[in-house]
Design a binder for this molecule. Sequence first.
Ligand code: PNS
Length: 168
Amino acid sequence: MVENKRIAIYPGSFDPLTNGHLDVLKRAQKIFDRVIIAVLHNPSKNSLFSPQERVDMIEQSLDGDPRIQVDTFDGLLVEYAKMKGAVAVIRGIRAISDFENEFQMALVNRKLNKDVQSVFLMTGLRWIFTSSSIIKEVAQFGGDIADMVPAPVKAGLMKKFPLLNQKK
Ligand code: PNS
């Protein structure tokens, strides 16, 4: 039998993974046979978590589903997608404000490689205000982020922000 699995790349900084990301991942799994979560490894970007820390937290937050792989990438996304045999790149959209930047990225990616399609998935309404940056900001000052991130990410944030440990 010829294997014809449809692979999608779900790229991002994931600094850190949020429940909104997990929501998009679940939606992507309904369309694709395999999803590769690809964590951007960009030394010039100021990240809270190292690429390895981000990968570890993502893996701990998944239930070991063999259809999901976690990896890091650097360089051009479309080249990584081609190397992995992916047909699509998944991006989550929360609001219209996300769209302009995403539209531009999708067009650049298409110009670079017309065989990789950008697929935009809307997050559930519950996660529309959730972003990695907002979560880091709230966590930094000890605010409650438990509902916005999976437990392994909460634990990771508690290590970075001692103030989170002091409040319930
Ligand atoms: O979670 P983010 O930070 O919004 O993800 C952005 C990401 C990683 C998808 C984007 O920066 C990216 O694809 N970087 C790789 C470099 C690249 O391919 N650039 C050309 C497309 S703009």
